[in-house]
Design a protein around this ligand. Structure first.
Ligand SMILES: CC(C)(COP(=O)(O)OP(=O)(O)OC[C@H]1O[C@@H](n2cnc3c(N)ncnc32)[C@H](O)[C@@H]1OP(=O)(O)O)[C@@H](O)C(=O)NCCC(=O)NCCS
Length: 221
């Protein structure tokens, strides 16, 4: 769980994980899109911004203690100012989070954090209780992988509690070749995020025709 660890990663935009030069990337508006849930609702997915601090605090306050525990491995009812800043202020290269919005309500967050000087990143997800099992976990994973891969991140790593069936289900259903190990009731999952026929198939039809994402020559989706 590295969320509240303010390490400077400093990799180069485009993916050279050993370069220590801090890199800036403007807000990647091209990653915004509409997505279709399993219930048929169209929601908006976009990269997080510093201005999302207040909606994120509100989102967190409305989560069940069970969901918070699953995500942070501790009971953490309120986010501190520093934590909110860390979670909302990302560089869109080594750290990126997508949020999902239903109207003006923030209903889910998925993020990756590159492990410094490597091509690996940790991923984590949190979906509002009433939106769980609607397919948002899988959508967030797919969008994170598509955003990370062109930036030189080739592998995602996640840690989840061994009885977290939903999270394990998302990874195992993703179409990525997941390997896992377990220690002290915590499962560590590792998988390459290069798109596969299976991962594309799992996602087919889940982005709506009205999405705003631009066609990108470098896209792997
Ligand atoms: C874990 C979590 C992120 C999953 O998000 P989600 O939006 O509920 O995930 P999905 O809806 O994509 O998938 C959930 C389930 O639906 C299944 N599913 C997803 N898409 C499906 C589809 N098209 N058809 C059938 N089943 C599907 C998944 O296999 C999974 O199965 P299960 O719950 O029946 O075992 C969410 O439940 C959550 O926020 N939990 C609390 C925090 C947490 O556990 N975070 C993980 C720590 S990193």
């Amino acid at each position: 769980m590295s969320d509240f660890d303010n390490r400077q990663t400093g990799t180069e935009y485009g993916g050279h994980p050993t370069d220590d030069t801090p890199v800036e990337r403007n807000y990647p508006a091209e990653l915004e899109c509409d997505v279709l849930t399993r219930t048929g609702a169209t929601l908006h997915m976009r990269p997080i911004r510093a201005e999302d601090a207040e909606p994120l605090v509100h989102f967190h306050l409305n989560l069940s203690s069970g969901s918070i525990y699953r995500r942070y491995f501790s009971f953490h009812p309120e986010l501190s100012e520093k934590e909110v800043e860390h979670l909302t202020e990302v560089d869109y290269v080594d750290r990126l989070a997508f949020i999902v919005e239903d109207g003006d309500q923030l209903v889910a967050v998925g993020r990756y954090d590159r492990i410094p000087h490597t091509t690996e990143a940790e991923v984590a997800f949190l979906v509002a209780d009433q939106y769980q099992h609607h397919g948002l976990g899988l959508l967030l994973l797919k969008h994170l992988a598509d955003a990370a891969y062109p930036l030189g991140i080739t592998t995602f790593i996640a840690e989840t509690q061994a009885d977290n069936r939903s999270m394990l289900g998302v990874f195992n259903d993703s179409g990525f070749p997941v390997t896992s190990s377990i220690e002290d009731e915590v499962v560590t999952l590792t998988f390459p995020i290069e798109p596969t026929v299976a991962s594309r198939a799992r996602y087919a039809g889940r982005r709506t025709p009205t999405h705003t994402q631009k066609k990108d020559k470098g896209s792997h989706s």
